[in-house]
Design a binder for this molecule. Structure first.
Ligand SMILES: Cc1cc2nc3c(=O)[nH]c(=O)nc-3n(C[C@H](O)[C@H](O)[C@H](O)COP(=O)(O)OP(=O)(O)OC[C@H]3O[C@@H](n4cnc5c(N)ncnc54)[C@H](O)[C@@H]3O)c2cc1C
Length: 409
């Protein structure tokens, strides 16, 4: 593992730091995050500034509106480190930019790239992801929403659930079953669905944070042009997995816990328990240090994966563990913050008595990372089966009473 990046990267870091300390300082609060509403004009302007300087859409080719830099993971890491260090907020982070755009670059048609990438990276088109259905979450390939071809259109009928941001979205990348007689993984297609088509009903679902983050989608005879298919008909499972690869990368940044640890240490310096600063209480300090140890381990683990990737080596089982460890670490950091805050930790930002930042809302959000993009239990299955070569879990089938029937092979 190489822990020094070399002098050309020192220069690059100085350049990014200069940007953060000057232009970045003035616009710190203007970026938006996953699940927030449509970007305001201020956010769109900040996004355009970031793209112009190469700190958003950095490797997206210029012909599609990006900055057009050659891929360089060390540069991307330095940008991320400097933005976190200086508290400069990044650009728009949503499912369109982080998941659909790289998918179109990898497997989309030229016409799809021309039509959607520029408008998506500049924040003009907001996308949602229509994968999960009632009964088809972890077992995504069992999805039932069906599409049949009539003339120049797919006609789509079915139901989706947990569709984040659908109420604000212009487009949806959706999985549908087009080959009902094929084995389940082979009968799926990946379509780009305009959200203003007749027949789409969006019903917001209230989450425990008190916001309508997710939605149900009801689809009745929705018409989607046949040219809006990504990949071939019946081969959408492959495309879906390309998108999932980018989704997991978006959720699990191994270095992201550093700012959480810093915020937690500050909180523990300010808050007292029975008149003693939390950071001076051995039990709390011990928990903080253990978390810091895990955070550093994640950071160096991330660097090891980076070295693998630069040397074009497989990341093996180590690569599979990142989402699981990063999302649990985030949960544990926020749990300690709530313990330190005591009864104040139960308050949301709409309370006049809330102190510090909104730890409670962020704590609730850590569950999202643990579940979204494949739950922790599914990650454990993947690590044990694909990474460690352990036997596959037994296939389970439910009978009409909900009892598990062990399938005989
Ligand atoms: C923040 C967030 C955002 C999301 N956004 C979207 C979105 O925009 N679009 C979208 O399509 N979906 C979205 N989802 C849905 C997400 O992909 C599903 O919640 C996830 O795949 C799990 O599916 P499920 O909820 O149906 O749970 P289930 O699959 O029903 O699982 C229920 C429980 O059983 C466990 N389980 C299931 N199978 C196994 C197994 N084989 N072995 C061990 N344990 C198992 C699971 O781990 C889980 O604890 C989002 C979810 C979250 C939390």
């Amino acid at each position: 593992m190489e822990l020094k990046f070399g002098s050309e990267y020192d220069e690059f870091r100085a350049e990014v730091r200069e940007f953060c300390n000057t232009i970045g300082k003035k616009t710190q609060r203007s970026a938006m995050r996953l699940g927030e509403h449509r970007p305001t004009q201020e956010v769109l302007d900040w996004q355009a500034t970031l793209i112009e300087h190469g700190y958003a859409a950095r490797t997206i080719p210029k012909q599609y509106g990006g900055f057009g830099a050659a891929p360089d993971i060390v540069q991307s890491l330095i940008i991320s480190e400097e933005f976190v260090r200086s508290g400069t907020r990044g650009g728009i982070q949503n499912q369109g930019i982080s998941m659909l755009v790289p998918t179109l670059l990898e497997v989309g048609t030229e016409a799809q790239r021309e039509k959607y990438i520029r408008a998506t990276i500049f924040g003009d088109i907001v996308w949602c992801q229509g994968y999960s259905e009632p009964g088809s979450g972890s077992d995504l390939a069992s999805l039932k929403t069906k599409a049949v071809v009539e003339g120049e259109h797919f006609i789509v009928n079915g139901q989706k659930v947990w569709t984040s941001s659908a109420q604000y979205s212009d487009m949806c990348f959706i999985l549908v079953r087009t080959e009902p007689d094929a084995p389940k993984h082979r009968g799926i297609s990946y379509l780009l669905m305009p959200m203003d088509e007749p027949g789409i009903e969006v019903r917001p679902l209230m989450t425990m944070t008190g916001e309508a983050f997710f939605n149900e989608l009801f689809l009745s005879d929705v018409k989607i042009p046949v040219s809006n298919i990504v990949g071939k008909r019946g081969e959408g499972w492959h495309v879906a997995n390309v998108t999932l690869k980018y989704e997991r990368g978006m959720i699990a940044n191994p270095g992201a816990s550093a700012s959480g640890i810093r915020g937690l240490a500050e909180l523990m310096e300010e808050e007292t328990i029975s008149g003693v600063r939390a950071i001076d209480l051995p039990v709390y300090r011990d928990r903080l240090l253990k978390l810091q140890g895990r955070s550093l381990a994640n950071k160096y683990h991330g660097l090891r994966l980076l070295s693998n990737s630069i040397n074009q080596e497989s990341t093996g089982v180590e690569g599979l563990t990142v989402k699981l460890s990063a999302t649990y670490l985030s949960y544990d950091i926020h749990s300690l913050a709530l313990d330190v805050l005591g009864e104040f930790g139960t308050l949301y930002d709409n309370s006049a008595y809330q102190r510090h930042k909104d730890w409670m809302r962020q704590y609730m959000s850590t569950f999202m990372g643990i579940i979204g993009g494949g739950t922790a239990q599914i990650q454990k299955n993947v690590i044990s089966e694909r990474g460690l070569g352990l036997p596959r879990e037994p296939l389970v089938k439910l009978d009409s009473n909900g009892w598990d029937l062990l399938k005989k092979k």
